[in-house]
Write a protein that binds this ligand. Structure first.
Ligand code: HEC
Ligand code: HEC
Length: 331
């Protein structure tokens, strides 16, 4: 080999190695949750792999669902074999379709069940869970029809048969989702200041003091759910209602109970643990109370959230908008 040719070969090999290395580093930095499809999904290239990227990325599905031992979210059913039926969603969908057919009095395919699960999550609510899954075509997630198809194809591939031809979305879906979103759009009448909102959130002396109970990026309390990505899956309406009417929808895993002991003590909090001998309740001050079962006279679920319900009285309009501006940055 002549010297210039050898030089080109060495240069090319070096370049490839650099790209491989950069690829590795980027994969490591971006981690599991951030995978993105390398090309935009179009009608012509819908694959389970593209759907997998939607599930763990743009679709935010993994903020509520795990797949087997991958991911740790428990708000929605596990889509792997760890689910309540012990089957992954691809197989489970067949079972559910039979159930839906009986209830609806008309045939229902497994693919139709999966389409319904995404576009009308409240139509069938999995036993033991709440109707709290957002429609991923609406803001803030805003999946496109091809991305919805791809993620369904990925779900089918988990224990079932991936068959893109079976996935039929109603026509005009994107326009309909857009129309509902526009009609629902919330416009703040004050432009809030996210910096001031952050200060209100974490300052325990402020009127808000949300950080006593909620964590954002590892900072704050654990009485209520972590809010690090709240605006990534929830629209403004949901966030506003959570603050002003906290008891309207109580987040799963945070249902309040009242325990009355035989010696007349009243303990209100969130049931964190229960075994044969003790009940563990976390109260609104984040104190864990361990109550031996022998001392309990009565234990009753409550309808009022542990989150204070008087924010509409104690926050000024300006403070409320500053807080919202801060919460909107949590995507
Ligand atoms: C904010 C939490 C949340 C997000 C985000 C979310 N889900 Fe769900 N999902 C739930 C909950 C809770 C349920 C169970 C209640 C119900 O059936 O609606 C559920 C149910 C389902 C089911 C039915 C499961 C079964 O066993 O029949 C499917 C399928 C599903 N989700 C897929 C998805 C996909 C795909 C995404 C992302 C595009 C997603 N979910 C995003 C919370 C969520
Ligand atoms: C005394 C503890 C406490 C304080 C203070 C508190 N919260 Fe909460 N919050 C909770 C609990 C417990 C829940 C879960 C039960 C429920 O949904 O009501 C919750 C739920 C929420 C949710 C719904 C989350 C979801 O994923 O469904 C939002 C949003 C929220 N709080 C925002 C706030 C903001 C903003 C503040 C400050 C203005 C605040 N909270 C102050 C305890 C608290």
């Amino acid at each position: 080999m002549s010297r210039p040719v050898l030089g080109v070969v060495i240069f090319t090999v070096a370049l490839v190695l650099v790209f491989v290395w950069i690829g590795e580093v980027i994969t490591k930095i971006s981690g599991e949750g951030e995978r993105r499809p390398s090309v935009a999904i179009t009608a012509g290239n819908i694959t389970p792999e593209a759907g997998e990227a939607v599930f763990w990325g743009k679709g935010k599905c993994s903020t509520c669902h795990a797949v087997g031992s991958r991911g740790g979210s428990i708000r929605g059913p596990n889509q792997g074999e760890t689910g309540p039926l012990g089957t992954a969603i691809g197989a489970r969908a067949e079972e559910r379709a039979r159930e839906r057919a009986r209830a609806a009095g008309k045939p229902f395919t497994a693919a139709e069940y999966l389409v319904e699960s995404l576009l009308d999550p409240g139509a069938y609510v999995v036993q033991g869970y709440k109707n709290e899954m957002p429609n991923p075509m609406r803001p803030p997630i805003k999946l496109k029809p091809e991305e919805v198809k791809a993620v369904i194809l990925y779900l089918q591939s988990l224990g079932g048969t991936a068959d893109v031809a079976a996935i039929k979305l109603p026509p005009g879906l994107e326009a309909a989702a857009k129309a509902v979103a526009t009609a629902d759009e919330w416009k703040p009448y004050l432009a809030g200041d996210p910096k001031k909102g952050e200060e209100l959130f974490f300052n325990p002396e402020s009127n808000a003091a949300c950080g006593k109970c909620h964590a954002v990026n590892g900072k704050g309390g654990t009485v209520g759910p972590e809010l690090t990505g709240v605006a990534g899956t929830r629209d403004a309406r949901f966030i506003i209602e959570s603050i002003l009417e906290s008891s309207k929808e109580i987040a799963s895993g945070y249902e309040p109970i009242l325990v009355i002991t035989k010696d007349g003590r009243y303990v209100t909090g969130i049931l964190k643990k229960e075994d044969a001998n003790t009940v563990e309740v976390v109260d609104s001050q984040a104190e864990t109370q361990r109550i031996p079962k022998g001392e309990i006279q009565q234990k009753a679920p409550q309808k009022t959230s542990l989150m204070p319900e008087n924010f509409r009285e104690i926050l000024t309009v300006e403070e409320f908008h500053d807080l919202l501006a801060f919460l909107q940055t949590l995507k």
